[in-house]
Design a protein around this ligand. Structure first.
Ligand SMILES: Cc1cc2nc3c(=O)[nH]c(=O)nc-3n(C[C@H](O)[C@H](O)[C@H](O)COP(=O)(O)OP(=O)(O)OC[C@H]3O[C@@H](n4cnc5c(N)ncnc54)[C@H](O)[C@@H]3O)c2cc1C
Length: 427
C-alpha cells in the first residue's frame, strides 16, 4: 500500500460487520480497503457462538453453505441453575434445521478469517495487522484514516471497529463507554470428541444445541451461555460490570464456578480448554444506538453502532452486524454523492428491518435489569421443582399451600406483582 491512496470506502475492522460491508461493496465494483488491527480477521474477536443464517443470505444467497459453520441448532434450551441443580427447558424443532437452517453455532476465528477472505475474493483490499489510530478531517468532513505514518483517503469511512468504537468517539458520535452500557463476557472453548458431544446432548452428527443459563453466577446479574460445536463446547458468562465490581469477584473465578456446577460439569467432563477470551457486549439494545449513526464521510455499523439485541433467551449481534454492513454498502452504492450516504444508510436500516426490530425489543433491557430476574426467580423455580418432586414417605403438604410457601420464602406478593407489571410493560 502506498503512503497515500484513495478508495470509495475504507472499512475499519474485519469483524462480521466490516467483512459483510466490504463483500457487498467490492462485488458492486467499488474500491474498498478493509483494515484490521489483528494479525488475522477474528484473532481478537470473542462471541458466544451462534449465527442466524438469514444475514449471510442477505450478503449473497447460498453463502451460508460455504461458511465454516459448526452445528445447525435444532435444540433451544433455557436452563435455570440453583446451587445444587437446575431446570432445563429443552425445545426441539427439527424444522429449524431444514433447507436453510435458521442458525448455526460458530467459532469466530475461522469464521471471521473466511469472511474477510470472501470479501477479498470479491475484490476488496484486506490489510491485517494495521491499527487505525486517527481520522483525517477536512472542512468538517471525514476524508480518511491514519495508521501510524500511513494516510489513506476515501469517500466514506465505515466504522466497524466494534463495541466502544474508537472511531465513533473520535468523530464525536459517541462518548466514552460507561459500565452501565455494556456487559462483560468471558468464554472458554472446551474440546471434546464429536461422538461424546452427540451422546451427551442427544444430537446427530450435524445437529447442535444453543443454551442460555439463568443464575449462572450466584449473586451477579447476568447470564451464561452454552453452545455445542463440531468437536468443542463454547461456554461462558456475560455479566453486569458494575455488580461484578461490587461483588469483589473476578469473572474468571465465576467462570470456573460455572464450569464446576453439578449440572454443567458432567457435560464438559474430560474436555480440554483450548481457548479463553474476554470481551464487552453492548447491553442497552435500542437505547444504546447513538442518536446519530453517521457524519459527513463516516458511517457506524455493527457493535460500533450499539446494534445488539439481548432478550434473555436470544442474543443477536453477529447477524445485526452483517445486516448493518449490507445496509451501509447498499447506501454507498445507491447514493449519487458521498454526502447522501448517511441518510440512505438510515433508510436501508429501516428497509432491512434492523432498526424496527431493535425498536420492538427496546424494553427488554428493562426486563433484563430486574434485579430478581437472574437470582431470586431461578432459585424460586428450582425450589418449586424440588417441592414437587420430593417424596419421603411422610404426609406431603398440599400442592397449592406448598407452592405458596416456597413462593413467599423468596418474594413478597407485592414484589411479584411489581416485577410482573414491569416485565409486562417492558416487553
Ligand atoms: C461473550 C459474548 C458472547 C456473544 N454471543 C453472541 C452470539 O452467540 N450471537 C451473536 O449474534 N452475537 C453474540 N455476541 C455479540 C457479537 O459478538 C457482536 O455483536 C459482533 O461480533 C459484532 O460484530 P462487529 O463486526 O460489529 O464487531 P467485532 O466483531 O467486535 O469486530 C470489530 C473488529 O474491528 C477490529 N478493530 C477494532 N479497532 C480497530 C482499529 N482501531 N483499527 C483496526 N481494526 C480495529 C477488531 O480487531 C475486530 O476484528 C456475543 C458477544 C460476546 C462478547
Amino acid at each position: 500500500m502506498s503512503a497515500e491512496e484513495r478508495f470509495d470506502a475504507i472499512i475499519v475492522g474485519a469483524g462480521p460487520a466490516g467483512s459483510a460491508c466490504a463483500y457487498v461493496l467490492a462485488k458492486a465494483g467499488k474500491s474498498v480497503l478493509l483494515v484490521e488491527r489483528g494479525d488475522t480477521a477474528g484473532s481478537k474477536n470473542v462471541t458466544g457462538g451462534r449465527l442466524y443464517t438469514y444475514a449471510l443470505e442477505l450478503v449473497e444467497p447460498g453463502l451460508f453453505a460455504q461458511a465454516p459453520l459448526e452445528r445447525k441448532v435444532v435444540r433451544e434450551q433455557i436452563m435455570m441453575l440453583s446451587s445444587t441443580g437446575g431446570i432445563t427447558v429443552d425445545y426441539v424443532n427439527y424444522k429449524f434445521g431444514e433447507n436453510v437452517p435458521q442458525s448455526y453455532t460458530v467459532l469466530r476465528a475461522p469464521f471471521d478469517e473466511w469472511f474477510a477472505g470472501q470479501a477479498e475474493a470479491q475484490g476488496a483490499m484486506f490489510a491485517a495487522g494495521i491499527l487505525v489510530d486517527e481520522l483525517i478531517e477536512a472542512d468538517g468532513r471525514i476524508v480518511g484514516i491514519k495508521a501510524g505514518d500511513d494516510e489513506m483517503f476515501a469517500d466514506v469511512v465505515i466504522a466497524a471497529d466494534g463495541v466502544n468504537s474508537f472511531i465513533a468517539q473520535k468523530a464525536g458520535l459517541i462518548s466514552d463507554i460507561t459500565a452501565h452500557a455494556v456487559g462483560v463476557g468471558a468464554k472458554e472453548i472446551i474440546q471434546l470428541p464429536p461422538e461424546v458431544i452427540q451422546d451427551r446432548f442427544n444430537l446427530s452428527e450435524e445437529e447442535g444445541v444453543a443454551r442460555v443459563v439463568l443464575r449462572a453466577s450466584a449473586g451477579v446479574t447476568g447470564g451464561g451461555f452454552f453452545y455445542t460445536n463440531k468437536d468443542s463446547i463454547s461456554l461462558g458468562l456475560v455479566l453486569n460490570p458494575e455488580e461484578l465490581g461490587r461483588s469483589g469477584k473476578k469473572i474468571h473465578d465465576l467462570l470456573q464456578d460455572y464450569k464446576l456446577h453439578p449440572a454443567i460439569y458432567p457435560l464438559i467432563k474430560d474436555g480440554t480448554t483450548i481457548e479463553y477470551g474476554a470481551h464487552l457486549v453492548p447491553e442497552l439494545g435500542f437505547h444504546g444506538v447513538p442518536k446519530k449513526l453517521y457524519r459527513d464521510g463516516l458511517v457506524l455499523i455493527g457493535d460500533a453502532a450499539g446494534m445488539v439485541i439481548n432478550t434473555g433467551t436470544i442474543l443477536r449481534g453477529i447477524d445485526l452486524a452483517i445486516v448493518s454492513g449490507v445496509a451501509a454498502a447498499r447506501a454507498l452504492i445507491e447514493a449519487s454523492e458521498p454526502g447522501k450516504v448517511g441518510p440512505a444508510y438510515l433508510q436501508q436500516l429501516e428497509q432491512l428491518q434492523l432498526l424496527p426490530t431493535m425498536r420492538l425489543y427496546k424494553g427488554f433491557h428493562e426486563l433484563m435489569s430486574l434485579p430478581r430476574m437472574f437470582t431470586t426467580y431461578p432459585d424460586m423455580a428450582n425450589d418449586m421443582m424440588k417441592f414437587m418432586f420430593s417424596v419421603d414417605g411422610n404426609l406431603p403438604e398440599r400442592m397449592d399451600k406448598g407452592m405458596l410457601r416456597v413462593l413467599k420464602s423468596h418474594v413478597t406478593l407485592g414484589q411479584l406483582v411489581a416485577d410482573g407489571w414491569k416485565g409486562f410493560k417492558s416487553i
